[in-house]
Design a protein around this ligand. Structure first.
Ligand SMILES: Cc1ncc(COP(=O)(O)O)c(C=O)c1O
Ligand SMILES: N[C@@H](CCOP(=O)(O)O)C(=O)O
Length: 466
């Protein structure tokens, strides 16, 4: 399998290459040159497989010659063996129509674990072969940070510098990062928003002072391997509803467009998906882009769903490339314009390509609280604010055919955001024992101004050269 950049000029790489590279050298994001397709019979044959086996089967065409089938399966068994539910990503029914796909049974209680537990192992595998080292630079609005740190803490040959927006993640999210005291973990709280942190990370990849001295790697969903691992749970859910014989719709709480793009990949592989609903909070650039073609970023508004407080949504570029006709040179121009003005219009081809599968909806604070209460009224089901935004959007899809179930992706455990859940329901969810005594532990992080030179200088001073 060969991977190409959305901006057309970086060299094509194999799976091992894109996993270690993260961002493409031309500033674009890697995608497979062609989508592997599964026939209806091949999809039907996947029903009933244990999650790690299903994961290895779905991912093998993307991994190609970089790992043998046996080795990939062994890594999947190790990664998903750390989940607290046998099904890994279980389905829960809310009513006749609405279901939750619980993605938070991993070690850090968010959907990010599904991909990052595997990515940590892939880094170790590939670095072990080459004998190199990797300096990971990442940005988080709360969940990627803790999942990535858990996946790489203490691993040989890897160090991680994780930027988060100071004061804009929940206490549980912050402590899940800052109480990991392994020497290869560096937490940096910056003044500003997640968008500022993400822009700095992308700039580091293009900065010869850093990329020349250190082998930079990515754990954000700019790294193709993140998305690849997330494709699996769309298959796992749809198979339980009778795929390929029955269609399913998914509602996805969205920020950086990685999770919902993984659903798009599943559809491109042949999984019959009726609709993908992009659910946003008031940071609604994606809702505006899909509804009327206006992709213009405003200031980020802090909300009770902080992990979705994002305006510049990295993976949207992958959709614009694929749905818009895969013209890398034209997209590079379009993205250059966006980077200069923070605004662009989608082309007709991009809008039509997206409209074939995607719908969108936006939820404000009241919509979110109402959705949390609605689930609570269904037998005391607790959902977190991000999941609630997805559920709100799912409930707006009244035009779906009556026999199509709609599955909301439950992206975080409610206890990660227990203040918001308690405000909406009066019930305070307890943290599962597997995260330990978070509030008893020492924290370690540095605080830096939201200035590139300060942050890049800190990384350069503390990272280990290649
Ligand atoms: C709990 C939660 N829900 C939803 C999202 C949005 O997912 P994505 O950025 O893949 O769109 C995130 C962060 O990415 C998250 O942490
Ligand atoms: N919501 C994310 C933001 C980073 O997204 P990613 O999927 O690109 O890593 C977070 O919680 O950190």
């Amino acid at each position: 399998m060969e991977y190409v950049s959305t901006r057309g000029s970086a060299p094509a790489l194999d799976f091992e290459g894109v996993t270690l590279a993260g961002l493409a050298g031309d500033g674009g994001l890697y995608l497979p040159r062609e989508w592997p397709r599964l026939s209806r019979a091949e999809i039907a044959a996947l029903a009933g497989l244990p999650y790690p086996v299903l994961a290895a089967r779905i991912m093998q065409p993307f991994v190609g010659g970089s790992l043998s089938a046996d080795r990939l399966l062994a890594l999947c068994e190790e990664a998903y063996g750390r989940f607290a539910h046998d099904a890994v990503t279980p389905l829960v029914q809310l009513d006749q129509r609405h279901w939750l796909l619980e993605l938070f049974h991993g070690p850090t209680l968010a959907f990010k674990d599904v991909a990052l537990q595997l990515l940590g192992l892939l880094f170790e595998e590939f670095l072990g072969r080459k004998g190199g080292r990797l300096t990971i630079v990442g940005a988080t609005s709360g969940d990627t940070g803790s999942a990535a740190i858990d996946a790489v803490a203490g691993r040989e040959g890897v160090e991680i510098f994780m930027l988060h927006p100071k004061g804009r993640v929940s206490d549980v999210q912050r402590r899940q990062m800052t109480t990991v005291l392994a020497p290869n973990v560096h937490n940096i709280a910056i003044e500003g928003s997640f968008d500022d942190a993400q822009a700095m990370v992308k700039r580091m990849f293009a900065d010869p002072a850093l990329s020349g001295r250190f082998a930079l790697g990515a754990v954000n969903s700019i790294n193709w391997a993140r998305l690849m691992a997330q494709v699996v749970y769309y298959f796992a859910a749809a198979l339980q509803f009778g795929a390929p014989g029955r269609k399913v719709a998914f509602s996805v709480p969205t920020g950086n467009f990685g999770d919902v793009f993984a659903g798009y990949v599943a559809a491109r592989m042949g999984l019959p998906i009726e609709r993908l609903v992009v659910a946003t909070n008031v940071n609604d650039i994606l809702h505006r882009a899909l509804a009327d073609g206006d992709y213009s970023a405003g200031e980020v508004t802090p909300t009770a769903a902080p992990s979705m407080d994002i305006q510049v949504s990295s993976n949207f570029e992958r959709l614009l490339f694929d749905a818009g006709g895969r013209d890398g040179a034209a997209l590079a121009e379009q993205m250059k314009g966006f980077e200069a003005t923070r605004s662009m219009r989608l082309t007709n081809a991009q809008r039509q390509g997206a409209a074939a599968l995607f719908a969108s909806a936006r939820a404000d604070a009241d919509d979110m609280a109402q959705a949390i209460r609605w689930a609570w009224d269904r037998g005391g089901q607790t959902i977190d604010p991000h999941t609630a935004i997805g559920l709100h959007a799912a409930q707006r899809q009244q035009d779906l055919p009556a026999d199509v179930p709609i599955v909301t992706l439950a992206t975080a455990h409610p206890a990660k955001f227990r203040d918001a859940v308690e405000r909406a329901t009066g019930f305070r969810p307890a943290l599962p024992a597997r995260v330990g005594e978070l509030f008893e532990r020492e924290e370690r992080m540095v605080e830096l101004p939201g200035e590139y030179d300060a942050v890049a200088g800190h990384v350069a001073a503390h990272a280990t050269p290649r």
